[in-house]
Design a protein around this ligand. Structure first.
Ligand code: ATP
Ligand code: BTN
Length: 325
């Protein structure tokens, strides 16, 4: 019901809407309307109340509420169902639980959290996010492809994120193989794709992304202070997270459809245009060893082709390795 009150307030902006009208349209008492107004205020909405005039929505908080994400969102199936949390261990973990539920959640559903207390990267590494300063979300997908093709979704996501961030903010983000977005060599965003599958069938695919948005330099944990950046650091202004997330979801849907309908080569071409980790010297760190070489190309399966100092070409698959540029 508070959603309905909010919708009416938005529809009437910049005019006041009378308490009487709210009662009539929503078929509730004045006390009920007042309670919903109070709840909205507690959620951070700035609402002016004038005796005998009514209510005016003065300000919308910078929160990733479902109503805000969905407001004007033009996607067909991405984020049609939104699970919002003020705090959560990990959006990927919850997305996994939801997608394995007997009562299934729909393709494209999103889990979003203002803060993660157990945010994860690959190989069990930590992903840090300061409350209200980042965008952390996971999409639940059921792509009708073979499990061997699932890792391509990381590249689809990297392409969509890079394009949306460039369009929306003008910041020249580049993709670092296999799952990061960088600005000026510093990490802005990480992507974590996880899969639930049988030998020849994907049961669910979760693609999670963490994007640093409005952190100040001193707000990163010491471990990553020298290697991380945020859009605010790059641009010097605060970024509207809802608007950016909407742009990301729209872009993601487009590229995900291109991938399903036209195949991986289209994605790979765009990925190569946007990468900063090809035609440069790199170091690949695996658990027990590392290779220095020249990043030559990425093949049709998304594996990195590395020219070793002895001239041999080494094929490196994402998974258990990290890349240093
Ligand atoms: P990298 O190449 O960045 O070391 P990776 O991609 O090989 O990382 P991942 O497991 O994918 O390794 O990423 C997790 C790593 O990201 C963490 O070990 C940490 O160094 C870094 N990290 C964690 N939180 C953030 C953040 N908010 N911003 C930037 N970097 C972060
Ligand atoms: C990486 O750089 O290794 C990937 C980091 C991925 C972080 C995102 S934040 C949303 C989602 N939930 C998680 O626990 N991890 C991903």
């Amino acid at each position: 019901m508070k959603e309905a009150v909010l919708r009416l307030l938005k529809e009437h902006q910049p005019e006041y809407v009378s308490g009487e009208e709210l009662c009539k349209v929503l078929d509730v008492t004045r006390t009920a309307v007042w309670k919903h107004i109070q709840t909205l205020r507690e959620d951070g909405y700035d609402i002016d109340a004038r005796p005998r005039v009514g209510y005016l929505l003065v300000g919308i908080p910078d929160r990733l509420y479902a109503e805000e994400i969905c407001n004007g969102l033009t996607t067909e199936f991405i984020a049609r169902q939104v699970f919002y949390f003020s705090s959560l261990s990990s959006t990927n973990d919850l997305a996994k639980k939801l997608s394995s539920n007997v009562v299934g959640v729909s393709n494209g559903s999103i889990v979003v959290a203002e803060e993660q207390t157990g945010g994860r990267g690959r190989l069990g590494r930590k992903w840090f996010s300061l409350k209200y300063k980042a965008i952390c979300f996971s999409l639940i997908l059921y792509p009708p492809v073979n499990p061997s093709e699932a890792s391509q979704v990381t590249m689809v996501t990297a392409v969509a994120l890079a394009i949306a961030i460039r369009k929306e903010t003008g910041v020249r983000v580049g993709i670092k193989w296999p799952n990061d977005l960088l600005v000026g060599g510093k990490k802005l965003c990480g992507i974590l794709t996880e899969l639930g599958a049988e030998i020849d069938k994907i049961n669910y695919l979760i693609v999670g992304a963490g994007i640093n948005i409005n952190q100040e330099p001193g707000e990163f944990p010491e471990d990553v202070r020298d290697t991380a950046t945020s859009l605010k650091i790059e641009m010097g202004v605060t970024v509207n997270r809802v608007k950016l997330l909407q742009a990301i979801l729209i872009e993601f849907e487009q590229w995900y459809k291109i991938w399903l309908e036209q195949g991986f080569p289209k994605i790979l071409t765009k990925w190569k245009e946007l990468t900063v980790s090809l035609q440069c010297p790199v170091r690949i760190n695996a658990v027990d060893r590392s290779w220095d070489g020249w990043a030559v190309d990425v093949d049709q399966d998304g594996a990195l082709l590395l020219r070793l100092p002895d001239g041999q070409l080494q094929r490196v698959v994402a998974g258990d390795v990290s890349l240093r540029i």
